[in-house]
Ligand binder design. Structure first.
Ligand SMILES: *[C@@H]1O[C@H](CO)[C@@H](O)[C@H](O)[C@H]1NC(C)=O
Ligand SMILES: *[C@@H]1O[C@H](CO)[C@@H](O)[C@H](O)[C@H]1NC(C)=O
Ligand SMILES: *[C@@H]1O[C@H](CO)[C@@H](O)[C@H](O)[C@H]1NC(C)=O
Ligand SMILES: *[C@@H]1O[C@H](CO)[C@@H](O)[C@H](O)[C@H]1NC(C)=O
Ligand SMILES: *[C@@H]1O[C@H](CO)[C@@H](O)[C@H](O)[C@H]1NC(C)=O
Ligand SMILES: *[C@@H]1O[C@H](CO)[C@@H](O)[C@H](O)[C@H]1NC(C)=O
Length: 741
């Protein structure tokens, strides 16, 4: 082992172990919803890929979806319904030119739609990479048709050349603010406003240093502002740190902001931002030694409240594959704004001939304050616009756009941390529970096509469910929310999907409904169903913070399933678990069943091998789940097992109705052999896996029987296992003593 590596392992290990004990990190979703259980509206057009740009047009009841060489107008209520589409393909000449410059004709030299914004006149502004020669155009929707005006506007600085490069843009007052690279090589990053006089960033590494642009948002800070401050546009990105003394490149997360009224300087910073300030953003994930990197943000504002109460939710992922923990942190806009308005600056000081160190600037700061918007104080001094700013202020900000202080998340720690699939996008929605309390529900897309729905209940991270939105698993590239339809829209390279905020009917019992702790759902005692709060007039049972299922009425008594089995055969009694946080327990004739060679307890059922005459009786499967208040036990399945005796030919007919439904009763020998081989392989694989990964996960902790990682790491296995299990009641001889623990 490399000495440095061993040092690193030595360094990280104690931290990891401490975490396992306290376990504030890594949160297991309570429910895992497979793709076929998600009632999503899907959209995909044959031969078209990269559905990664969206514009909600609630005024037209449309979702505009930008893909590769095409834009679609879809029904906002059911995106499977396509109302119109328009192609925007590159010409043969453009493609040839792009190919001649050394780009891949099938990947790079196409037109990837990257920008879709609404204009004040109701038209839309569209830009595409256009075979490494970005171009923009105007688009309108009328009489059920989408039309491009073919204006062929230059898209340089607005839209990336390279479709794989991250970028961001926003339309504010009909002016496009864009953050992207302005050259073919992708080496000249800018933040630009395309107004009649376009304003942009300086080409200096202290301004932007190999950035990855993430997102933008505007903030109406002039609203009721006593200082007469201007509105702002915020930009989130990551870049190579200039301020750290390290030999390797270290990435850091940043927030930058500019003033809407910025017109640039007169001599210094001509046609450049005079208000570009940036600060580091932290999201401390304990286990990691290197800062996590920002990937997406969502601006959450309560329309009733002041802009100062708005919050940015941001997702962070590890750099250099140093860990597999993704996180969500939230920031107060007022905190960010304060750092820019009052914080100290960093300044470069040469240390050796070629080395520069960035330290806090403690000298005199010129007036007006560098980077500040034009406010009442400046106006009093006769400075009405940035063109009037003195050179001293401008020179200062040109050299020192970085703030000394970094921005810390609310509570100084993440709201959510999850091991496994990398977070890609986030949406936050506020929901009022049955008692009138407000909760922020986070919807987080991952690079495995799943969406997590999570809430932080007074510091407790809780993932209500993990939904497999895209199958095969494809990274979620864009996520949008419409408060008009109350639906979520997601896009991936292969298609788009639409789902409601909640599907309460997935909980069939009151206990499941309450323990789900989903702010959107409650138990209706009259219809005896888990229903959406928004659709019900009645008082519903809910217990979000505590998960107090004792509020539930007694469950209906269970009707046992009758089963008759031949002695010497094997069988499986199904017990589907509705929660990953629950353990299962089996009873026979009210006696707790202990696992043995012949009785093996699995996540989804009980295996009985070599059934003997004494095995008859009443079998009951109980699900045991802990919440904050208590441990709750519910009956999930019940079986009356009778052992067939020789001569009772009838018993073959009654043999397991379940098996007849699930298993191929007339399958040939070949099928049986195939199933056996598959189960053998699966079991072998599982053993292999079990034996070779010593302590990777904390997730299994809460579970009685089995680690969740099996399902999570290898869903394939899970399916195989279920499939082979479904074909039970056939002799199963393969490695039976290895199934349980
Ligand atoms: C959504 O639209 C598709 C395509 O038109 C249609 O097949 C489907 O039934 C619609 N779904 C609903 C719930 O309306
Ligand atoms: C576009 O989609 C294809 C898969 O269909 C993927 O291989 C490619 O990386 C995507 N390109 C971009 C720029 O997202
Ligand atoms: C600034 O605006 C005020 C009022 O609009 C005006 O009186 C003043 O002359 C302006 N100053 C400059 C330097 O243009
Ligand atoms: C949706 O959000 C917008 C902007 O926040 C707000 O103006 C509008 O009232 C909201 N609509 C509904 C139906 O809540
Ligand atoms: C199971 O068998 C019992 C009698 O042995 C009978 O009363 C009951 O109805 C049967 N249940 C089912 C679901 O067939
Ligand atoms: C099944 O159980 C019987 C006794 O109940 C025993 O004689 C027999 O060897 C067992 N068969 C297997 C394959 O273990």
């Amino acid at each position: 082992m490399h000495p440095l590596l061993s040092l690193c392992v030595f360094w990280l290990l104690p931290v990891a172990l401490v975490l396992e004990d306290a376990s504030p990190l890594d949160c297991v979703p309570r429910k895992t919803v497979p793709h076929d259980m998600v009632k999503a509206h899907l959209f995909h057009e044959k031969g078209v890929f990269n559905y990664s740009t969206m514009l909600l047009r609630e005024d037209l009841d449309l979702l505009l979806l930008g893909a590769r060489e095409a834009v679609y107008a879809l029904d906002l209520n059911n995106i499977s319904k396509k109302h119109a589409s328009v192609k925007w393909e590159v010409t043969k000449e453009q493609k040839d030119e792009c190919t001649n410059k050394g780009k891949d004709p099938e990947k790079d030299c196409m037109n990837y739609i990257r920008i879709l914004h609404k204009m004040e006149d109701n038209r839309m502004y569209v830009c595409g990479t256009n075979a490494f020669d970005p171009e923009c155009d105007y688009m309108s929707y009328a009489d059920g048709k989408l039309t491009l005006e073919k204006k062929e506007e230059d898209g340089k600085g607005k839209c990336p050349f390279d479709p794989s490069q991250r970028y961001s843009s926003i339309m504010v007052d009909n002016n496009l603010y864009s953050a992207t690279s302005i050259n073919f090589l992708g080496s000249e990053p800018i933040l630009m406003r395309s107004s009649p006089v376009s304003i942009r960033t300086e080409f200096k590494t202290s301004w932007l240093n190999e950035p990855h642009f993430v997102s933008m948002a505007q903030m109406p800070e002039s609203d009721k502002n006593e200082e007469g401050d201007d509105d702002k546009v915020y930009l989130f990105f990551s870049e190579t740190a200039v301020e750290c003394d390290c030999y390797n490149k270290l990435m850091v997360s940043r927030v930058a902001r500019v003033c809407k009224g910025d017109l640039g300087g007169q001599r210094t910073l001509q046609k450049k931002w005079t208000s570009f300030l940036k600060a580091r953003m932290d999201c401390p994930v304990l286990e990691s030694q290197l800062p996590h990197i920002i990937q997406d943000t969502y601006l959450w504002c309560d329309p009733q409240l002041h802009w100062k109460d708005c919050m940015f939710y941001a997702i962070f992922t590890p750099q250099w594959g140093t860990s597999d923990l993704s996180a969500v942190c939230a920031y107060k806009v007022s905190e960010i704004s304060k750092v820019f308005a009052q914080g100290k600056y960093k300044t470069p000081v040469p240390v050796e001939t070629s080395f520069v160190k960035w330290v806090m600037y403690s000298g005199d700061v010129p007036v007006p304050r560098p980077g500040a918007c034009i406010n009442n104080e400046a106006r009093k001094a006769g400075i009405n616009q940035t063109l009037d700013l003195p050179d001293r202020t401008l020179q200062f900000i040109k050299d020192r756009p970085l703030m000394d202080q970094s921005i810390q998340p609310i509570g100084d720690k993440p709201l959510l941390v999850r091991r496994g699939a990398t977070f890609t996008r986030i949406i936050v929605n506020e929901m009022q529970d049955a008692d009138g309390e407000m909760y922020h529900v986070m919807f987080v897309g991952t690079d495995e096509g799943t969406m997590l729905k999570a809430v932080n209940y007074d510091g407790e991270m809780f993932i209500i469910e993990e939904i497999q939105l895209f199958d095969p698993p494809e990274p979620i590239k864009i996520l949008k929310f419409s408060n008009v339809t109350a639906q979520l829209y997601a896009g991936s390279d292969y298609g788009a999907a639409q789902i409601p905020l909640a599907s309460c009917e997935r909980s069939s019992s009151c206990m499941d409904c309450i323990l789900a702790r989903d702010p959107y759902c409650g138990w209706d005692n009259v219809v005896r169903k888990c229903v959406a709060l928004s659709s019900s007039q009645r008082k519903l049972i809910q217990s979000l913070k505590k998960g107090d299922a004792s509020l539930c009425p007694d469950a209906d008594p269970f009707k046992p399933v009758n089963r008759s089995i031949w002695p010497g055969s094997n069988t499986k009694l199904h017990c589907p678990s509705s929660s990953n946080l629950a353990g299962t327990r089996w009873e026979r004739d009210k006696q707790r069943l202990t696992p043995s060679d012949r009785f093996q307890l699995q996540q989804d059922g009980l295996y009985i091998f070599n059934v003997s005459d004494r095995d008859g009786g009443r079998y009951r499967c109980l699900s045991v789940e802990r919440s904050k208040t208590n441990e709750y036990t519910t009956t999930v399945a019940e079986y009356q097992l009778t052992i067939a005796t020789a001569g009772s030919g009838k018993s073959i007919d009654t043999l397991s109705p379940q098996a007849q439904k699930d298993g191929p009763s007339v399958a040939g020998l070949q099928a049986v052999v195939a199933i056996l081989v598959i189960s053998l392989l699966v079991l072998l694989a599982w053993n292999f896996y079990k034996g070779h990964i010593p302590l990777p996960c904390k997730c299994g902790k809460k579970n009685g029987q089995q680690s969740h990682e099996e399902g999570g790491l290898n869903p394939e296995w899970h399916h195989e296992a279920q499939r082979s299990a479904a074909a039970e009641d056939k002799p199963m001889v393969s490695g039976r003593d290895k199934i349980g623990k």
